[in-house]
Ligand binder design. Structure first.
Ligand code: KG4
Ligand code: ZN
Length: 349
């Protein structure tokens, strides 16, 4: 069986072909550069670029595997959450491609896609064998940060999530304050390489916890499985003001390293706690922030069996959507034609 999948929930236009065993045959990603000068993704521009790119990306994925549409058995696309205008391009294209050939269609949740990146196996960067449930999954991306209990291939139970900013958003906002471009996660990581992670103590970092955190209310939150990154971002802003422009510039690498360490500490602490509370010893990680070298190195050091997909399968891609489609409800033609995209929250049937 061959699955053609599309992913257009944010600013990457993606198409992939995979088979029923989770082997990736093609994984094409076109990242939009147009948003850089605005310092963030502009939804309307993202939709327009998806429209221009989507057919090319699909054609390229088919061409790379020498597959014609006649050999496709199932079409899948991300239904949500994400930017509605952006999602609609991939969802409508997927439905149209399926409908034109009377093929079945699977509508996929983007976060389930990040989880399902761990079920890919075989060639094209995926491991030889898939990572099998049950496991705890930490998803940290530009739009979401959550801990999931994954018992089966077709869903998860939410253990905790961010109450404000996502981890990737914290990276992006920190990078912006440090004068780096957008998206800033990878740039901040590069800057941090030359810095001392213990130079500054930011909220939620291990250094902060060692000195007792702040206040009883904060402690109660800190013992749960939810995340919060807004305070961290504000702490960096205040630190930059306190240092003044010149010193902040001189110590940019230390600031980046300490800030990155605080984000990673926050993620790790709760992931470890989720493992303890569920009694599981298997952890998977996904989402764009899982491309971060510091996070990858630190999770590898946990006393658990850890699986982190290769970087191109952590950031947004359609191979993970194809992977999820293997376990998702499939709609026969024409039952899927009225499906709509959803921006946030739960899937609308
Ligand atoms: O999963 P993703 O590609 O898109 C969303 O679904 O949001 O995640 C994008 C996020 C951005 O915030 C980006 O800055 C962050 O992932 N990111 C990183 C790195 N590479 C991407 N954050 C830290 N270190 C990186 N190397
Ligand atoms: Zn994502």
């Amino acid at each position: 069986m061959r699955i053609l999948a599309l992913e257009t929930s944010c600013d990457d236009t993606c198409a992939a072909v995979a088979d029923e065993s989770g082997r990736i045959l093609a994984n094409v990603i076109s990242s939009q550069q147009a948003h850089e000068r605005f310092g963030g993704v502009v939804p309307e521009i993202a939709s327009r670029h998806h429209l221009e790119l989507v057919n090319l990306v699909v054609a390229r994925a088919l061409q790379e595997t020498d597959t014609s549409m006649d050999e496709i058995d199932l079409v899948a696309a991300t239904q949500g959450p994400g930017l509605v205008g952006a999602l609609l391009v991939g969802l409508s294209t997927g439905k149209a491609l399926a409908a034109a050939r009377g093929l079945p269609f699977a509508a996929i949740d983007h976060l389930q896609g990040h989880v399902a990146a761990n079920f890919l196996a075989g060639e094209a960067g995926a491991p030889a064998t898939p990572f099998e449930p049950p496991f705890v999954c930490l998803i940290a991306s530009g739009g979401h940060t959550l801990l999931a209990l994954v018992r089966d291939h077709d869903g998860y139970e939410l253990l905790g999530q961010t109450l404000d900013d996502a981890a990737g958003e914290a990276f992006d906002k920190g990078a912006r304050m440090l004068g780096l471009g957008y998206p800033g996660g990878a740039a901040l990581e590069r800057l941090a390489r030359g810095g001392d992670a213990r130079a500054f103590v930011f909220p939620g970092s291990s250094g902060d916890r060692a000195r007792g955190g702040r206040g009883p209310g904060r402690r109660r939150f800190a013992e749960g499985l939810d995340f919060s990154f807004a305070g961290l971002k504000t702490a960096l802003l205040y630190k930059l003001r306190e240092l003044g422009e010149e010193e902040a510039r001189e110590r940019a690498a230390d600031l980046a390293a300490s800030y990155q360490a605080a984000i990673v500490d926050n993620l790790l602490q709760r992931a470890e706690r989720a493992l303890q509370r569920t009694g599981l010893t298997r952890l998977a990680v996904g989402g764009g922030v899982a491309a971060n070298g510091e996070l990858r190195a630190r999770v590898a050091g946990l006393a658990a069996t850890v699986h982190v997909p290769e970087r191109a399968l952590c950031t947004d891609n359609a191979a993970m959507i194809a992977s999820a489609a293997r376990f998702a409800p499939v709609l026969a033609h024409p039952d899927y034609l009225a499906l709509d995209a959803y921006a946030s929250g739960e899937r609308v049937p």
